[in-house]
Design a protein around this ligand. Structure first.
Ligand code: NCD
Length: 307
């Protein structure tokens, strides 16, 4: 795989993550007019084999605000994949039309396959239950903006820890940053996969599993809520049993620390009640805004455009 892809948090060092956050900070401080010339003439190819609102549109917004353009598909049924074309062939074709590719796919490992086939940079916008690195970078950017650090924090990860790729990426990204304390809050059958938990223990992180959000809430700096990933369940009866396991409501936040931030990659279903939106704890729409900035940083870095 080329150096200039963004496929997994596992291949990003602490220094890489810090550099991405620093670059996003610089991007944020630039006047819009200056930004709008940085990627003039560059074309982003968006290949979405799974539904998306934020990730695709924020990448499209990011390249447009940098002076570039985007082309692609939001539904693979309208592409030649529906005629049986392999992913590698699709990549070898579309790389002739663009400077960089962003791909979301329902299969774990698909983005890595695409990167292996491509001569131009590839960004993983989510591959099955595996990874979602651009979401994680924007999450980390949001946390660092608020707390000035990615260490020494108490973080509750809540909901679908089994299937959520945003959780998996976020956990792996925080492995290297010392001194964080994690509460893994989920129903028994949606626990974090054991291999990720083992990575955490090997790295000496403090990790506690629980079913009870209320018990850990008063100690948290960050509560990261997730949607139960309905599309990953083979058996919808199982989904129905766990779908409403956690719902954070404003009245529960009376017990919160002053600076608590409630995060969510969105879309939310029932995990956060709308009465939380107007509290100072709600960070999820800030994540959306920071997403455009971080995705601009990612595009600039991978396109080799210096700032
Ligand atoms: C997430 C995803 O696709 O994994 N969405 C997003 O990109 N913000 C989270 C989710 O769908 O639950």
């Amino acid at each position: 795989m080329k150096q200039h892809d963004l496929i997994s948090l596992e291949t990003l060092s602490l220094a890489d993550i810090t550099a991405y956050c620093d670059l996003a900070t610089r991007v944020e401080s630039l006047p819009e007019r200056e930004k709008s010339m940085l990627a003039m003439g560059k074309i982003l190819m968006t290949l979405f084999y799974e539904p998306s609102t934020r990730t695709r549109l924020s990448f499209e917004s990011a390249i447009a605000k940098l002076g570039g353009r985007s082309i692609g598909f939001a539904d693979h049924q309208v592409s030649s994949a529906s005629k049986g074309e392999s992913l590698a062939d699709t990549i070898k074709v579309v790389e002739n039309y663009a400077d960089i590719i962003v791909i979301r796919h329902f299969l774990e490992g698909a983005a890595k396959c695409a990167a292996n086939a491509a001569r131009i940079p590839v960004i993983n916008a989510g591959d099955g239950t595996n990874q979602h690195p651009s979401q994680t970078l924007l999450d980390l950017f949001t946390i660092r903006r608020d707390f000035g650090t990615l260490s020494g924090l108490t973080i509750a990860l809540v909901g679908d820890l089994k299937y959520s790729r945003t959780i998996r990426s976020l956990m792996q990204s925080l492995l290297g940053f010392g001194g964080n304390r994690f509460y893994l809050v989920s129903p028994e059958n949606l626990r974090l996969p054991s291999y990720v938990r083992e990575q955490l223990s090997i790295n000496g992180q403090s990790v506690e599993e629980t079913n009870e959000l209320r018990e850990v809430l008063p100690y948290c700096d960050v509560i990261y809520m997730t949607r139960v990933q309905k599309e990953r369940f083979g058996d919808l009866i199982e989904y129905e049993k766990v779908k409403d396991s956690y719902c954070l409501e404003a009245r529960m936040l009376g017990a919160a620390k002053k600076g608590l931030r409630v995060m969510h990659p969105l879309p939310r279903v029932n995990e956060i009640s709308m009465d939380v939106d107007s509290t100072p704890y709600a960070a999820y729409f800030e994540q959306v805004r920071n997403g455009v900035t971080m995705r601009q940083a990612i595009l600039l870095h991978l396109l080799g455009i210096a700032l």
